[in-house]
Ligand binder design. Structure first.
Ligand SMILES: [Zn+2]
Length: 371
């Protein structure tokens, strides 16, 4: 099956054709050709209607374990139906329910990956780290080895509502599993204890701190609205910072103040789940639009959901670039100049002067329109 995409503008700063009008020929699930004009016949054509075509978007923090005991949405609801090609579930399942989670998502059109929760039960029980017996490193390592491509990292939720008195052991155990499997740790942090400073001591190069601009007191900014010294040090060491918008984890004001200090997120994600979707998080595009309004460039926000997650989660073979011979995972989007009012996690209104809107996506050569 040959598909030709026409009337599109390539959005891939790594390519010589970046921002040029292009035609893309797909053969099966592979990109066979990209050029200003492709002079080959195809079985079907897709009119991109002047949209940008970028590498397929990756949302590294969602919840898509659709189960009565969990808070997940269907992967396609937050994935392909919003123009997102790949979603990473952030800790909804631990080693004891990972098989069930995998079975529940394997037939979704959206490509799903998982950060396995260091707590055995994942989020089926919301104070999952209160009882130290709910962590089993050996079984977690075994599960990661059983699903080497599906599991991309290990999730630890570090906040007062989740952990018990002992806020150190879960990190020590997660590190043990991370070292044995060469996977990064993603940490959710919120209200203390533990203090963010205590969390940071356990995190190293390649690990991810999600909810980096939450509006709670325990954040990346000091009282004088400057980025904490330790946060700069950790960034220099290679710790990664992710937005993870969620229901109560993104303050537009904090994100803006951090940007004014020269501190931008490395990655942008929704933390979409049943309580954060559709308000305040309606889509990954909506979160990107908020970051654009803060002052991030279009190149930067797109890198935050394409090349960077592909690099940091070791998925460069399949994601992060639009190139000949690469997998046909693409996202089609436009920048609409019509102003619109949205809200952040504090339900504070934000006027967006322009909005990123997705039109569709292609997953392994199959085009899917945004619903
Ligand atoms: Zn989450």
């Amino acid at each position: 099956m040959r598909t030709k995409i026409f009337n599109s503008i390539l959005f891939d700063p790594q390519s010589d054709l970046h921002l040029k009008p292009v035609e893309i020929l797909i053969e099966g699930d592979i990109i066979a050709e990209i050029a200003e004009s492709v002079d080959k016949s195809a079985d079907q054509t897709i009119d991109a209607k002047g949209a940008y075509v970028s590498a397929g978007w990756i949302d590294i923090h969602v919840h898509c374990y659709y189960d009565p005991n969990n808070l997940g949405l269907h992967a396609d609801t937050v994935g392909c139906k919003t123009g997102v090609v790949c979603v990473c579930d952030a800790g909804s399942a631990g080693h004891s329910n990972l098989d069930d989670f995998y079975q529940s998502v394997k037939d979704q059109k959206t490509i799903v990956k998982s950060f396995i929760n260091i707590a055995s039960t994942g989020l089926a029980y919301k104070a999952e780290l209160r009882d130290p017996a709910n962590v089993d490193v050996a079984k977690t390592i075994e599960k990661i080895r059983e699903y080497p491509n599906f599991i991309v990292g290990i999730k630890v939720r570090a906040s007062a509502s989740v952990m018990g008195e002992d806020t150190d052991t879960p990190f020590i155990k997660a590190r043990e599993a991370a070292k044995a499997t060469n996977k990064p740790i993603m940490v959710h942090y919120g209200n203390k204890p533990p203090l963010m400073e205590d969390v940071l001591q356990y995190l190293h190069r390649g690990d991810i701190l999600t909810h980096c601009f939450h509006g709670k007191p325990n954040g990346v900014l000091n009282e004088d609205d400057k980025i904490k010294e330790l946060v700069w040090t950790k960034r220099k060491e290679g710790l990664l910072f992710d937005v993870g918008h969620g229901n109560e984890s993104f303050s537009y004001e904090k994100g803006k103040k951090a940007h004014d200090c020269g501190f931008d997120a490395d990655m942008i994600s929704t933390d979409a789940h049943r309580q954060s979707f559709p308000v305040p998080v309606s889509s990954l595009a909506n979160v990107l639009s908020k970051m654009l309004e803060i002052g991030y460039s279009l190149e930067e926000v797109i890198a935050c959901v394409t090349s960077r997650p592909a690099q940091y989660l070791d998925m460069r073979d399949e994601f992060g670039h639009v190139s000949k011979g690469g997998k046909a995972h693409l996202t089609f989007f436009k920048v609409d100049p019509t102003p619109v009012t949205v809200v952040d996690s504090s339900r504070k209104e934000i006027l967006l002067n322009r909005q990123i809107l997705t039109q569709g996506c292609m997953i392994s050569g199959e085009y899917l329109e945004v619903e």
